[in-house]
Design a protein around this ligand. Structure first.
Ligand code: HEM
Length: 491
């Protein structure tokens, strides 16, 4: 019956390759948004070398399809290179098909990252942010790397109880290599084997099988990334000297009398996945925060006034101050809305034929939620390109319960929505409150006295980062200097 409906509108495309040439290689989210206006439709249809693609550009359609009908919209596209050859399949549930393995991993993950669980990680986030502050002052040119070290230290600390080595930590190096491999193969279509899966059976020595030799190298790294920390902590636990962590608390639920191979495998993969999914995403959002503060000194100043009034200047803000610092919370929300970490979220896959607004949506379609378009919808967010935290506040500076928050789209949708979001937002908040309380974020000046303007540009890709820019961090006062240099006191 549904097949009688037309497909959603979209650019016409060519035979065989379909719309491959219509989709820009960089920043496709702007083009998708424009097409929605040109075709006067919240959803757009594209065809990519045999694959149906549905792009959803409105929060309303995303809610109707990806949230309300999530039983049929929660699968992922199968990427042979990434999953079967490089070895993320069965390990990283972010890419898993909607099935038993995904369910088991997601359930286990949720036990440690639901809203009631994440306050247990505030102390580690706080400690690492306090370690970050002196580094911002001493290495301003390297601030993104310092933030990356901080987010890595927080995640590795809470999942494995590890303390990072200040330079060249071997596990971080391994994880970075694995993430690099993921970035190379994570886009459907980067490798021809994604379209022609039988090519994976070519012998590695065959002409044209260089991809298999490359995949075998990456596969070893991915395997090691999951295996190494797991075995290290398991052995430490057996010796009785493992610091408490998510992994130790998982392992302690095992009954030594039973065969634990399957449950251990879930634990290994869920803890390894936390780092790969959580470290880079938070780096991007904090990079955006620094950029926004640089471009909007008036926002920075207003947040500092709020902190000074509530917290004073002789102590750091604590997470418990959050209810009294609504403007800081509004900055966090606006950071997630203004520039998305993942402007196209992560594509879902529709399992069966469906229909929406009189259009036919074919089974097997890749469904892309254009988070950027949803969070720049002029009706919901007037003047959407402006960084304006007051959109989330009432006139008497309370958080406005009716203001549509960035959670609407910034963390994806339905049953696949980011399960790390509570932890992510809490650690972002802690970092932002500390930075605002103690340092002024200012434009850098070169040796000749010229002010260095940030370009404000972003990289394109699954995760989008601000293009590197220079910034000057200055202690706000002698009291702030004393706090920053005074070690890492925790209340
Ligand atoms: C600002 C930070 C973050 C942003 C913007 C973000 C965004 C996202 C998005 C858009 C998705 C895909 C959702 C979908 O398919 O609809 C996702 C999935 C996921 N995220 Fe996050 N994330 C962030 C931080 C984190 C952190 C800190 C963790 C771990 C501690 C994490 C763990 C995951 C996992 C495991 C998935 C896969 C979920 C699944 O496929 O079922 N994320 N995230």
């Amino acid at each position: 019956r549904q097949k009688r409906y037309p497909l959603p509108p979209g650019p016409k495309g060519l035979p065989i390759i379909g719309n491959a040439r219509d989709i820009p290689k960089s920043f496709p989210w702007y083009t998708y948004d424009r097409w929605s206006r040109e075709y006067n439709s919240e959803i757009i249809y594209l065809r990519l070398v045999g694959t149906d693609v549905i792009v959803i550009n409105s929060a309303k359609a995303a809610n109707e399809l990806l949230n309300k009908r999530s039983t049929i919209y929660s699968d992922r596209e199968h990427m042979t290179m990434l999953l079967d050859l490089v070895g993320w399949g069965g390990r990283n549930f972010a890419f898993a098909h909607y099935g038993d393995l995904w369910r088991a991993h997601r359930r286990l993950f949720h036990q440690y990252f639901h809203p009631g669980a994440v306050p247990a990680y505030h102390a580690k986030s706080t400690l690492e942010v306090r370690r970050l502050l002196p580094r911002l002052l001493s290495h301003p040119d390297d601030f993104m790397q310092s933030i990356r070290t901080m987010t890595g230290a927080i995640i590795l600390g809470i999942t494995f109880g590890m303390e990072l080595q200040p330079e060249n930590d071997p596990f971080v190096a391994l994880a970075e290599e694995a993430l690099h491999a993921m970035a190379q193969v994570g886009n459907v279509g980067s490798y021809i084997v994604d379209y022609l899966p039988w090519l994976q059976y070519l012998p590695s020595w065959a002409p044209g099988a260089a991809f298999k030799r490359q995949a075998a190298k990456w596969n070893k790294i991915v395997l090691e990334m999951y295996e190494k920390p797991f075995q290290t902590i398991k052995q430490a636990l057996a010796r009785g000297d493992a610091p408490p962590s998510i992994l130790t608390s998982m392992l302690e639920t095992l009954d030594p009398e039973e065969d634990n191979a399957a449950r251990e495998s879930d634990m290994r993969h869920v803890t390894g996945t936390a780092y790969t999914a959580g470290a880079d995403t938070t780096v991007s959002s904090l990079g955006t925060f620094i950029l926004a503060m640089l471009l909007h000194p008036e926002v920075q100043q207003r947040a500092q006034e709020e902190i000074d009034r509530v917290v004073g200047s002789d102590r750091f803000p604590e997470y418990d101050d959050r209810d009294s610092l609504p403007y800081v919370t509004a900055i966090m929300k606006e950071t997630l809305r203004w520039r998305q970490v993942t402007p196209l979220a992560v594509p879902h896959r529709l399992r069966v034929d469906d229909e929406y607004n009189g259009y036919h949506l074919p089974a097997g379609s890749v469904v892309v939620g254009n988070s950027w378009a949803m969070l720049h919808d002029e009706e919901r967010y007037p003047n959407p390109d402006l960084f304006d935290p007051t959109r989330f506040l009432t006139p008497d500076v309370e958080l406005d319960p009716d203001a549509p928050g960035p959670e609407l789209a910034a963390f994806g949708f339905g049953r696949r929505i980011c399960p790390g979001r509570y932890f992510a937002m809490d650690s972002m908040w802690i970092a932002m409150a500390h930075i605002l309380a103690t340092v002024n974020i200012e434009k850098a000046v070169d040796d000749a006295g010229n002010i260095l303007e940030p370009s404000g540009e972003y990289t394109s890709g699954l995760i989008s980062y601000p293009v590197p820019f220079q910034v000057a961090f200055k202690p706000r006062s002698s009291a702030a200097s004393a706090l920053i240099q005074g070690g890492t006191p925790l209340a």
